[in-house]
Ligand binder design. Structure first.
Ligand code: GTP
Ligand code: MG
Length: 357
C-alpha cells in the first residue's frame, strides 16, 4: 500500500503542477494590455517633461519585474536628472494640476504623504476592459533596484519562480489577505516570502543568493551604495545560468505544498525575521523584539508581529503593517491551504478551485 500511496501522490503532484501552470498562463496580461500601459507611460512622461525637461518616467513593481497579473496596477517612478530639481511635494502638486487639465485620468495628488505620489485611474475602455490604476512617485531609486533584483530572480528559473509567485499573488487576493491598509501583507511581502523559501528553506536551494555571490571584479563603495544602503547583487543572469544549476528538481506543485506547510507550521513568527539576503534572523538581533511587555515597547510590538527584512533597506520591516489579527488570518490561510493540499482531492483541478475559493 505504501507503494500505491506513493504512486497516487506522484500522480497528484504531476497533475497539480500542470494545472497550476495552465491556471497562471491565463492570468498573464495580454500583449494588448502591455502595449496600452506602455502608451500611457509614454504619454505621462511627455507631460511631466513640460514641467521638468530632464525627467524620465520608469516603471517598477510588477509591471517591470515579471510578476504581473492581468489588470495589475502600474507603479511609475519619476527620476529627475538635473541638479536644482523641484521637491517631490511640489512636483506632485504641479503634476496633479497638469494631469487634471490635460487628460481624462481621475487624478488624486497626495503631496503630503510620507512618500508623495500622484494617484491616477482611467475608466474601462476596449483595450483595458477593467481600466487602469497607476501611482507616480519621485526619486524612489531603491524601489527601482529592488524591482531589478526580483526580476533577476524571476529570470533564473522562470517556470518555477514565476508560477509560484503568480499563483500566490492570485491566491492572496482571492483569500483577501493582500491589503496592507487592512492589516495584511503587500504583494511585495508575499514575493519576498517565496524567495526566502526558495533560497534559504529548500535544501538543496532552488535559487542562489544573488546578494551574497562575490562580484567578478572589485567594485567601489560608490557603485554599490545608494542612499546609505548596499544595493549590490549579482545581476549577470546569463553567466549565472551557464555556471550554476539548482540541484533541486522538485516541480511547482511540490514546492507550493511545502511552502504552505513551512509557513503554517515551521516559520518562527514570534522570534524570527525572514531575510532573503541574510537568511533567518532574530527579532532581537534587529531590535525588532516583540515579546516585551512594557508599554514603551507596545508600538514596536504592534509593528513587528510579522517580520520580513527588505533586501536593501535592511532596517525596514516590509510586513510592518501586519496587525495581530492580520497575522492570525494569514496564518489561518496558510493552514487552510496546507490542509486542502494534504487531503489531496481526487482531481488536482478541484484542489486548485478550493484553494482560491
Ligand atoms: P501588484 O501591484 O499586486 O501586482 O504587486 P507588485 O509586485 O507591484 O507589488 P506592490 O504593489 O506591493 O509593490 C510595488 C513595488 O513597490 C515593489 O516591487 C517594490 O519595489 C516597492 N515596494 C512596495 N512595498 C514596499 C515596501 O514596503 N518597501 C519597499 N522598500 N519597497 C516597497
Ligand atoms: Mg504594483
Amino acid at each position: 500500500t505504501s507503494q500505491r500511496k506513493q504512486a497516487s501522490r506522484q500522480r497528484f503532484v504531476t497533475e497539480f503542477s500542470q494545472c497550476l501552470f495552465d491556471f497562471v498562463v491565463q492570468l498573464l496580461p495580454t500583449q494588448e494590455e502591455l502595449a496600452v500601459k506602455e502608451d500611457v507611460r509614454k504619454l505621462l512622461e511627455r507631460l511631466i517633461r513640460t514641467i521638468e525637461p530632464d525627467s524620465r518616467l520608469l516603471s517598477f513593481g510588477s509591471t517591470a519585474n515579471g510578476f504581473s497579473l492581468r489588470n495589475s496596477d502600474m507603479d511609475l517612478c519619476c527620476l529627475i536628472d538635473s541638479e536644482d530639481r523641484l521637491s517631490a511635494t511640489d512636483m506632485v502638486t504641479m503634476l496633479g494640476d497638469l494631469l487634471e487639465r490635460e487628460t481624462k485620468f481621475h487624478v488624486k495628488p497626495l503631496p503630503h504623504a510620507r512618500i508623495p505620489i500622484v494617484k491616477l485611474s482611467l475608466d474601462p475602455s476596449p483595450g483595458l476592459p477593467l481600466g487602469i490604476a497607476c501611482d507616480i512617485g519621485f526619486e524612489n531609486r531603491l524601489a527601482l533596484e529592488n524591482t531589478r533584483l526580483l526580476m533577476c530572480y524571476a529570470m533564473i528559473d522562470p517556470t518555477r519562480v514565476r508560477s509560484m509567485v503568480l499563483f500566490l499573488k492570485v491566491w492572496a487576493k482571492r483569500r483577501k489577505i493582500n491589503s496592507p491598509y487592512k492589516g495584511t501583507l503587500s504583494s511585495y511581502g508575499y514575493v519576498l516570502l517565496v524567495l526566502y523559501f526558495l533560497i534559504h528553506v529548500k535544501n538543496p536551494p532552488v535559487l542562489p543568493n544573488l546578494q551574497q555571490i562575490p562580484p567578478l571584479r572589485p567594485i567601489s563603495e560608490e557603485e554599490t551604495h545608494l542612499q546609505g544602503h548596499n544595493i549590490w547583487f549579482f545581476d549577470d543572469i546569463q553567466l549565472l545560468r551557464q555556471r550554476w544549476q539548482s540541484a533541486n528538481t522538485e516541480n511547482v506543485a511540490e514546492l507550493l505544498i511545502d511552502f504552505f506547510r513551512y509557513y503554517s507550521r515551521d516559520f518562527p513568527y514570534s522570534v524570527g525575521v525572514a531575510s532573503i539576503k541574510n537568511g533567518l534572523l532574530t527579532k532581537d538581533s534587529k531590535g525588532w523584539q516583540s515579546d516585551l511587555d512594557s508599554p514603551r515597547y507596545n508600538d514596536l510590538r504592534e509593528r513587528n508581529r510579522f517580520c520580513i527584512e527588505d533586501p536593501f533597506e535592511t532596517d525596514f520591516n516590509v510586513a510592518r503593517c501586519v496587525t495581530k489579527e492580520g497575522l492570525y488570518t494569514i496564518r489561518g490561510e496558510f493552514m487552510r491551504a496546507s490542509r486542502i493540499l494534504a487531503s489531496r482531492p481526487e482531481r488536482a483541478i478541484v484542489a486548485l478551485a478550493q484553494l482560491c475559493e
